[in-house]
Design a protein around this ligand. Structure first.
Ligand code: GLN
Length: 305
């Protein structure tokens, strides 16, 4: 298949949609980006990659980081982790508080903010003050890239404006589902969200999920087959919050979005894809990113269905 030609077609066809959607300005530093930006990368198992747009432009990975932290936590705790965070879609916005009280501080899944905060807490229990470094090193390993860093300004901006996340963590703590100091946990969570990557690095970093847990570029086992299956299914059912059904319907791939405008998607046994465009739809997922992935699976037939 001529992937480069397909990427060119997609770039042409998404042009009208670049005017739609809205930047995530509830974290003020996230709005300091060119809102018409578009980039897309495809990474195959043999090391070949295809790109369109500004694939060297780094953006804040935001909730895409939740895939990495959940992978780390699942590796460490196994099934016990599900006592503290579930694996059902929430049907609610990513930062919603309502369900959490009814459900006694047990977040529905690890990809909504509440679930990612509990996941971060579970990692702080193991790695203490070294938690963020452990997360960053893990992403460096999966992407085979030692240069990754986080953006201090975005981190501080979220720390200063993350009222929702402070409400979530306090509510969860009141149900005894946070074991560590709130500031240490929230610090870890905001830092992981502020990690900066481009579409090329992110597509590489997700390859292990397309290959039964083994990074095909390094042959390193990141996860067992069974755990890789679980994470893919969580990405399919929960990776786009209350638009997960819509994403599965239109795109038909396990995927994870972030409010920084990135989306990663996994084509089992074949490739990982990342697309970036910062303006978001109403559910907080990249509007053009979703459209581009829909065009990709329509043109190539490469959906899981
Ligand atoms: N959906 C997202 O990417 C949300 C992450 C963001 N840091 C927040 O907590 O609000």
């Amino acid at each position: 298949m001529d992937y480069q030609a397909i990427l060119e077609e997609i770039k042409n066809e998404i042009q009208p949609f670049l005017n739609e959607g809205k930047l995530a300005n509830y974290i003020p530093a996230l709005a300091n980006v060119d809102d018409k930006e578009f980039a897309m990368s495809i990474q195959l198992f043999d090391g070949t990659s295809y790109h369109i747009g500004n694939h060297n432009l780094k953006f804040s990975i935001q909730s895409i980081s939740k895939v990495f932290t959940f992978t780390l936590a699942l590796n460490h705790y196994g099934k016990d982790l599900y006592k503290r965070v579930g694996h059902e879609p929430s049907g609610n916005p990513f930062n919603s508080l309502v369900q959490l009280e009814y459900e006694n501080g047990i977040p529905r899944n690890p990809f909504i903010n509440a679930g990612a905060i509990v996941t971060a807490d579970s990692l702080v229990s193991i790695y203490k003050k070294n938690t963020f470094n452990t997360i960053l090193n893990f992403i460096k390993k999966t992407s085979n890239d030692k240069t990754l860093t986080f953006d201090e300004e975005i981190f501080n901006s979220e720390l200063a404006h993350g009222f929702r996340n402070f409400a979530l963590i306090n509510m969860i703590k009141s149900f005894n589902n946070i074991n560590n100091n709130i500031d240490d946990v929230i610090d870890t969570y905001f830092k992981q969200c502020s990690i900066m990557m481009n579409t090329s690095q992110l597509s590489k970093s997700m390859l292990f999920l397309a290959n039964h847990g083994i990074n095909p570029l390094t042959n390193e086992e990141i996860l067992t087959v069974s755990k890789a299956k679980r994470i893919n299914s969580l990405m399919l059912t929960c990776g786009h919050y209350d638009a997960s059904g819509d994403f599965a319907y239109k795109v038909g791939l396990p995927g994870k979005s972030g409010v920084g405008g990135g989306i990663v998607a996994v084509v089992p046994q074949k490739m990982a894809i990342c697309v970036y465009s910062p303006k978001l739809n109403l559910q907080g997922n990249s509007l053009v990113g979703t459209k581009a992935l829909e065009l990709f699976t329509t043109k190539t037939g490469l959906s899981i269905f």
